[in-house]
Design a protein around this ligand. Structure first.
Ligand code: DGL
Length: 265
C-alpha cells in the first residue's frame, strides 16, 4: 500500500528556518511542507543543551503528529544538541544543518574558516567536529554572535546598527585572515547584505540552506509527491505580523496558512 503524500516537516526557533525552506522550495517546488517556528520560546541559542533538547523534542513530536515523512532541523542550535534525541524519538529521517553547512564550506574551498553562530552552537563545538571530520587540518576561528538573532527577528536585516554590531563581532575574525565565513545559524542568511559589506569581497560567505536542501531533495526525490493539494502550512508558537511580513518578503510568496500552536500542552 503506497502513501499518496510525502510531507516534509521543518522547524526552527523562529524565522531562520525560512532560509532553508526557501531553498527546499526552489529544488522541490511541489513539496508538501509543514513549517514550525517556536517563536514564543526564541531564542534557543542562549539556552542550556537540556532545554534545547526538550524544546526540540516537542517540536519534532508536534510535526510527527502532522504525519511528516522526514524532519529537517533548520536550526543550528537544535542540530548541534538534539539530533541524536530526535533520531531516537522519531521513526523517520532527521536531517540537521551542521554537517551540510560544514560540507558546503569545505567544498567552497575553505581553508581558514570563520564560524559564527549562537552562543550555544559555538559552545557545543559541533562545527569544529564536523569540519575536522572532513579536513582534519582545517583552520577554524569561531565566534558567537548573540545579538544577530534578535536583530533579524526585529526586521533590522540591512540596517546601520546591525552593521556596527557585525563589525564588533567579525573584525577580529577578519583580522585572523579567514577566507570563508560560515553562517552557523539559519537566521544569518537574512543578514547577508550587511555581512557582505563587513566581510568584504575577498571572503566567501557560505550557509547551510542550499546544501541542506540538496540532502532533502536527494531523499525526497526518490518518491515524488502524488497528485493532490501541495501546500506550505506554518505553525507558530507565537504569531506576529512581523514574522509574516519578513517571511513573505524573503520567500517571495504569500504565507497563506498560518496557525498558532501551543507546544507546551
Ligand atoms: N536559527 C537558529 C539557529 O540556526 C537560532 C535562533 C535562536 O537562537 O533561537 O541556530
Amino acid at each position: 500500500m503506497g502513501k499518496d503524500r510525502n510531507r516534509i516537516g521543518i522547524f526552527d526557533s523562529g524565522i531562520g528556518g525560512i532560509t532553508v525552506l526557501k531553498e527546499i522550495l526552489s529544488l522541490l517546488p511541489d513539496s508538501d511542507v509543514v513549517y514550525l517556528g517556536d517563536c514564543a520560546r526564541l531564542p534557543y541559542g542562549t539556552k542550556s543543551p537540556r532545554t534545547i533538547i526538550r524544546y526540540s523534542l516537542q517540536c519534532g513530536q508536534f510535526l510527527a503528529s502532522k504525519n511528516i515523512d522526514m524532519l529537517v532541523v533548520a536550526c543550528n542550535t537544535a542540530s548541534s544538541h538534539a539530533l541524536p534525541a530526535l533520531e531516537e524519538a522519531l521513526n523517520i529521517p532527521v536531517i540537521g544543518v551542521v554537517d551540510s553547512g560544514s560540507r558546503a564550506a569545505i567544498d567552497a574551498g575553505g581553508k581558514s574558516i570563520g564560524v559564527i553562530g549562537t552562543p550555544s552552537t559555538i559552545r557545543s563545538g559541533a562545527y569544529e567536529i564536523a569540519l575536522r571530520a572532513l579536513v582534519p587540518g582545517v583552520r577554524i576561528h569561531s565566534r558567537a554572535c548573540p545579538l544577530f538573532v534578535p536583530l533579524v527577528e526585529e526586521g533590522w536585516c540591512d540596517d546601520a546598527i546591525t552593521e556596527q554590531v557585525a563589525h564588533r563581532y567579525l573584525d577580529e575574525l577578519l583580522h585572523q585572515g579567514i577566507d570563508t565565513l560560515l553562517l552557523g545559524c539559519t537566521h544569518y542568511p537574512l543578514l547577508k547584505q550587511v555581512l557582505r559589506r563587513v566581510a568584504g569581497e575577498g571572503v566567501r560567505i557560505v550557509d547551510s540552506a542550499v546544501s541542506t536542501a540538496r540532502v532533502v531533495a536527494g531523499i525526497h526525490g526518490t518518491f515524488l509527491p502524488a497528485d493532490g493539494a501541495r501546500s506550505v502550512v506554518y505553525y507558530l508558537s507565537d504569531v506576529s505580523e512581523r514574522f509574516i511580513e519578513l517571511g513573505e518578503v524573503f520567500l517571495g510568496r504569500k504565507m497563506e496558512y498560518v496557525y498558532e500552536v501551543d507546544l507546551c500542552v
